[in-house]
Write a protein that binds this ligand. Structure first.
Ligand code: ADP
Length: 152
C-alpha cells in the first residue's frame, strides 16, 4: 500500500517554515499532497489562486508532490485521496496543544489516520504566516522568510 500523506494548511502565504517541513517529509512518504484548505469562515489575505500559484511554483515539478485545494473536513479529504497520514509542523508548545486536540479528534473520527509531526528547524521557530502578513501590510521586506521565487 502506498504511503500517502496530506499536508493541509492555509499557506497565507507559504513560508520557509512550510517549505522546510514539506522537503524534509518527502523521504517519509510515497506521495505528499499539499492541500490548501478553503475555510468559509476564515478570510484569507492572499487569494486561493495566488496561494496555489506559489505552491505550484515551488513544488509543481516534484513528481512526489501534488498541490491542490479542498473544503470540508480534512479527514474526508484524506479518505477521498486514500491518504492515511496527515503531516503537520510543530514550532512551540502552543502548536502542540492545538495540534493534539485536532489530531486526537481526527483519530476518533477516522481511526486509520495517523497525524505525523515534524519539528520545525530552529531558525524557523518564530516564523509564522501571520507575522509575515503583518510585515507585508506595513511595507517591510519578507524575502528572507518566504521561499525563493515568492514575490509580492
Ligand atoms: P493552518 O491554518 O492549518 O494552521 P498554516 O498554513 O498556518 O495553516 O500551517 C500549516 C502547517 O504548517 C501547520 O502544521 C503549522 O504548524 C506548520 N507551520 C507553520 N509555520 C511553520 C514553521 N515556521 N515551521 C514549521 N512548521 C510550520
Amino acid at each position: 500500500m502506498q504511503r500517502i500523506a496530506v499536508f493541509p494548511g492555509s499557506f497565507d502565504p507559504i513560508t520557509r517554515g512550510h517549505e522546510s517541513v514539506i522537503k524534509r517529509a518527502l523521504p517519509l512518504f510515497d506521495r505528499l499532497i499539499v492541500a490548501v484548505g478553503e475555510n468559509g469562515e476564515k478570510k484569507s489575505f492572499f487569494s486561493l489562486e495566488t496561494r496555489l500559484k506559489w505552491l505550484n511554483l515551488i513544488f509543481g515539478n516534484d513528481p512526489g508532490i501534488r498541490v491542490t485545494t479542498y473544503s470540508g473536513l480534512t479527514i474526508d479529504f484524506c479518505r477521498a485521496e486514500n491518504a492515511t497520514f496527515i503531516l503537520r509542523g510543530l514550532r512551540t508548545s502552543a502548536d502542540f496543544e492545538f495540534e493534539r486536540g485536532i489530531g486526537q479528534m481526527n483519530k476518533m473520527m477516522y481511526p486509520d489516520i495517523e497525524t505525523v509531526f515534524l519539528l520545525c528547524e530552529p531558525e524557523y521557530a518564530a516564523l509564522s504566516s501571520s507575522i509575515v502578513r503583518d510585515i507585508i501590510r506595513n511595507g517591510g521586506d519578507v524575502r528572507q522568510f518566504v521561499p525563493v521565487g515568492v514575490t509580492f
